[in-house]
Design a protein around this ligand. Sequence first.
Ligand SMILES: C[S@@+](CC[C@H](N)C(=O)[O-])C[C@H]1O[C@@H](n2cnc3c(N)ncnc32)[C@H](O)[C@@H]1O
Length: 308
Amino acid sequence: MTNNDATYHVPVMLQECLDGLNINPDGVYVDVTFGGGGHSRAIFEKLSSKGKLIVFDQDPDARANAWEAPNFHFVAANFAFLKNHLRVLGIPAVDGILADLGVSSHQFDDAKRGFSIRSNEALDMRMNQAGDFTAAKIVQTYDEEQLAAIFRKYGELDHPFKTAVELVKARNKSKIKTTGELMEALMPVAPKFKDHKFFAQVFQALRIEVNQEMDVLEKFLLQTADVLKPDGRLVVMSYHSLEDRLVKNLMKRGNLDGSIEKDFFGKVLKPFEEVNRKPILPTEEEIQRNTRARSAKLRIAKRVADGK
Ligand SMILES: C[S@@+](CC[C@H](N)C(=O)[O-])C[C@H]1O[C@@H](n2cnc3c(N)ncnc32)[C@H](O)[C@@H]1O
């Protein structure tokens, strides 16, 4: 096993995630967001030689944190294809799935890939550089309505339309190619003394759109019940209210839109039972130590044996 590079990513709510997975040393586990491998390493340490850990990451940089072991496998793919890859590996069902959504500190700070408002880089924001859909493409081609929609939905901006109009006005004068040029273009509509938060929200909106994060999360969540064994655990950590809503709906009601389906006898049909009714939040002490933990919400559910 390689040593963990603590600068790559500090795992959030590590013990809580391990407790949530309720690890059986001989079981099969999947970490669909390997990143720096902090959570994975801790899971792997709890497994016997009969246990198995499969990890996914769509960012090729994450592979450098993987290690060689007969019972460890790195899949360089989007977790939207979870079921397919497990089938190819000959794994019909697993005992636990962990998803720690979003980007890693490495991607955010160090990778010079345009995720951060703190440096001036090309407007990229792709987690997987194999695709060609970048933040620059959105900034250059989306019309005002499309821009306003992502700023409202994914960035939760107070004035999404005004921001979109300003962006289009600026790009008509000169092409916006870098994060610095984008911030300069939007400076006239950035709220005074709150510009840091405003730009972070704009960047978050672009990142979610570039990586189609809501779409792939939906695809992934809808596969989890098929892949988990009865009593298997689903452990998901999200950092945005839209993500958390999908996770909550699936765990509480068995589908992503939150509607309730009942059988002939009035029994609610759902594949999961929540282990914790409320999301688990990081402690103040963890937030002090790791500010990235601050918006994390952890939800844990158990696959119901006779669920739909
Ligand atoms: C928050 S980090 C995970 C950090 C990890 N738990 C650790 O302890 O280092 C999220 C990671 O998941 C990856 N990722 C995000 N969305 C993904 C997706 N749809 N498919 C595969 N990997 C994804 C990112 O590339 C990133 O490396």
